[in-house]
Structures are given as structure tokens and as C-alpha cells.
Design a protein around this ligand. Structure first.
Ligand code: NDP
Length: 277
């Protein structure tokens, strides 16, 4: 079989686990491919991507800071990419059209629902943060038919704006952290802020944390994130970081490109082990 060419594009991109994940998937599915990590200068993104596809590339993953550039680059967008306003996957189809997709939200849902076996249906979900990653997860989250979604963010206006954009059909509210004093209880809390990356905590009432609540931090690292450590201290037992989301979003990209969905279990275990080293 002819070797297919893929890459992840970002700046910086050295830290990316995507080449390792896609190598594991390709070995499992016996697909002949190369997958590189490429750091591109901000003003050269479109030229580089156009060249990549001209030279026979099949697909790209897009990471910070280019997800909105990729959104504008694509000839066509999937519904979830349009909802997210950002693209993390580009695919040159057989007709030559470049399709833009966003697999981040689906990756999170697959991890929570299938790997962790958390039920989202009819639950009250508190989402912390209102940046690009949260915008990407709201559409897939709404599709799971929770009872209610509350988006809380340091900058309230962004949370309110996001809630408005996704509200038709579902009770979804935007607020700031101090407004959470009025919230009785959440079933699931998703930390979609980047606070864990700077070892800080979103300022939410500790009263919301107990043994009944499931806590997901989209950030990840060798150790449990500061947010997961803090929630554990206040009694949460059902905890997960974003490694599963990372592997699951990669699996969705792999499916789009290769028409086969890899079994994510062995790749997830391998990445979890490797990240601890
Ligand atoms: P953005 O920069 O777009 O948004 C950052 C968000 O975090 C904003 O809502 C910001 O609030 C908030 N924030 C930042 N610092 C703090 C703080 N100290 N206290 C409270 N809130 C804070 O980032 P992204 O949305 O792209 O990424 C968010 C997180 O999701 C990151 O940790 C990233 O690593 C993770 N992620 C994980 C993925 C995975 O596959 N596991 C995929 C994509 C992202 P404000 O609006 O007030 O500035």
C-alpha cells in the first residue's frame, strides 16, 4: 500500500504526543503512514499547509495557535467544526477538496462516556473556562442531552456569549465563579481552563466538591493536575485528566483519514505509561 503522509502543525509543537499516538494506531491497523510534528511560523501557516497538500499529503492535525487559521483555510467544514469555530483536523478528500473537522469535543465525550463510563444524559454539568477548547466541546456535550450546562469563566462576558451561542434547545447558562455560590450541586465538573498549566486553580466554591461529583481536567501531565489534587482533597473520587481526550480526538482524526476507527485502549495505556517517565 502507498505510504500516506500526515503531520501535526503548531508553534510550539515539540511537546506533541500526536506522532506517537498515530504511530501506535497505524501499527495496530497495519496502515503504511508517516506522521511528523512540524513547527510553522505564524505568517507562513497557509503557504505551508497548501504546499503539504500539493505534495501529496493526506491529512493534518492542527494545534495552538493555528486552529482558527485552519478553520479559514478549509474548503468545506463539518458541522462540529462550524459549531466550534475552529479546526483541529484537515483532510484532502479524493475530489481534492480540503475538509476541516474538529474532533476535540467528540474526543472528550468518547473518553467520558466510553472509557470512563460516566453518564452525561440528564446530568448537571459545570464547565469551567470559555476559551477555544470549551467552545469545541459544547456542541458534542449538548448532543448527549444533559439536564443543564453551566459555563463559568473568570471573564464573565465570554461565558455568557458562549452560553447564548449554544442555548437553543438546552438550558445553558454563562456566569463568573462568584455566581456559583447559588449553584446547589453539579454532577460533573469539567475544567476547560488553562489554569492547571500554570499550577493555579479556578476560584470555585469547595462546597461543590464531594464524593458524588465526577471531575475531569482537560489538562494533563506526569502528575495529577493541581485541580485534580485539590478536588481529591475535598472528597472527589471520580477523577480523570485529559490524556483520554487527547487519544480519543486522535482516533477520530484517524477514522476520518483512513476510514477505520482504531481501538484506543492499548495506545491510551502506552501514552499514560510514557507520560509518567
Ligand atoms: P484558551 O487560551 O483558549 O482559554 C483559556 C481559558 O482558561 C479561558 O477561559 C481563561 O479565562 C481560562 N484561564 C486561564 N488561566 C486561568 C486562571 N489562572 N484561572 C482561571 N481561569 C483561567 O485555552 P484552550 O481553551 O485552548 O485550552 C484550555 C485547556 O484545555 C488547556 O489546559 C489545554 O491544555 C486543554 N486542552 C486539552 C486537550 C486535550 O486533548 N486533552 C485539547 C485542547 C485543549 P479568561 O477568559 O478569563 O482569560
Amino acid at each position: 500500500m502507498k505510504e500516506k503522509k500526515f503531520a501535526v502543525v503548531g508553534n510550539p509543537v515539540k511537546h506533541s504526543r500526536s506522532p506517537q499516538i498515530h504511530r501506535l494506531f497505524s501499527e495496530e491497523e497495519n496502515i503504511n503512514l508517516t506522521y511528523d510534528a512540524v513547527c510553522v511560523e505564524p505568517d507562513n501557516f497557509s503557504n505551508w499547509v497548501a504546499d503539504f497538500f500539493k505534495q501529496g499529503g493526506t491529512g493534518l492535525n492542527i494545534t495552538v495557535p493555528f486552529k482558527v487559521d485552519a478553520f479559514h483555510f478549509a474548503d468545506q467544514l463539518t458541522r462540529r467544526a462550524r459549531q466550534a469555530g475552529a479546526v483541529n483536523t484537515l483532510f484532502k478528500q479524493e475530489d481534492g477538496i480540503i475538509l476541516g473537522d474538529n474532533t476535540d469535543g467528540c474526543g472528550l465525550i468518547n473518553d467520558m462516556r466510553d472509557n470512563l463510563q460516566w453518564s452525561l444524559n440528564n446530568k448537571t454539568i459545570l464547565v469551567l473556562g470559555a476559551g477555544g477548547a470549551v467552545r469545541g466541546i459544547l456542541g458534542p456535550l449538548v448532543n448527549e442531552k444533559p439536564a443543564k450546562i453551566i459555563i463559568a469563566n473568570r471573564t464573565k462576558s465570554k461565558a455568557v456569549q458562549l452560553a447564548r451561542a449554544f442555548s437553543p434547545g438546552l438550558p445553558i447558562a454563562g456566569c463568573e465563579y462568584s455566581d456559583l455560590e447559588d449553584l446547589m450541586q453539579a454532577d460533573i465538573i469539567i475544567n476547560g481552563t488553562s489554569a492547571s498549566l500554570s499550577q493555579t486553580l479556578p476560584d470555585i466554591p469547595d462546597r461543590l466538591i464531594n464524593s458524588n461529583v465526577c471531575v475531569y481536567d482537560m489538562a494533563y501531565g506526569a502528575e495529577p493536575t493541581v485541580f485534580l489534587q485539590w478536588t481529591k482533597k475535598y472528597g472527589a473520587v471520580c477523577l480523570a485528566d485529559g490524556i483520554g481526550m487527547l487519544v480519543e480526538q486522535a482516533a477520530e482524526s484517524f477514522l476520518l483519514w483512513n476510514n477505520v476507527r482504531p481501538d484506543t485502549r492499548s495506545a491510551l495505556n502506552a501514552i499514560k505509561e510514557d507520560i509518567k517517565k
